[in-house]
Design a binder for this molecule. Sequence first.
Ligand code: BT5
Length: 254
Amino acid sequence: SVGLNVARIGTSLVFVGETDSTNTLAYRLAEDGAVEGTVVIADAQNRGRGRLGRQWESPAGVNLYCSIILRPPIMPLHAPQLTFLSAVAVAEAIERSAGLAPVIKWPNDVLVNGFKVAGMLNEMSAETERIDFLVLGIGVNINMQRDQFPTDLRHPASSLAIEAGHEVSRLSFARALLESLDVHYSQYRSEGYAPLRQAWLGRSAVMGRRVRVSGNQGDMTGTVEGIDEIGALLLRTAHGTLERVLAGDVTIEG
Ligand code: BT5
């Protein structure tokens, strides 16, 4: 037993040595009826995935690659709200287990000292009216060394160990993460999205900042005023209009 103190998340744990992607494995388990809160953790991934078909570097023995199965009674439209669950929980776990000061960059990056140390990839199976299940994929660079990073990364990256200057226990980190996810998800189930949105805004690196967003809506520049009910970024443009951005990559300016 790993001594988890949880109500929902991690009540069932699946550990594997190497897999293609924990998201793919969790998705298959969910299709086969795995209960809400099932967590899949792999030591290594040989086809770790980022967003938009990108690759997630997943060497063995150093990091955390995990996927969590959730079955919230919500509409598919509201699924992006759960992106913020992972980001908030990862930030809390980094603070608690490594004593670092992480911030969240919309929508899904967690940064320490400006470096990306974690990424999230949520996937879902849904019909028009309701979600069947969600898979929250979380990758955290814990003890990855500088020479293990590819040189052509989209965003400057690092690991908790590099930033803290010492090794960080993967087990303590995983425990802190699952407990944090459990607390926030229970609150989400009982009180809805508002507390989660507040927690996210409190840790956001983009709130009130001038940013550039590139995505399928083209390039846009503006000042961030918050996030809305479905997780879209609210951007005040130079023309004074308020734009809602549903997807894209954010660069903080100035
Ligand atoms: C993400 O995508 O940040 C989501 C990553 C999600 C990974 C987890 S691990 C467990 C679960 N199983 C999976 O298969 N996936 C999830 P995105 O924002 O698209 O960033 C991807 C880009 O980050 C890549 O194109 C690289 O440039 C860079 N990158 C790749 N590996 C990295 C790493 N380990 N640390 C930092 N940056 C990385």
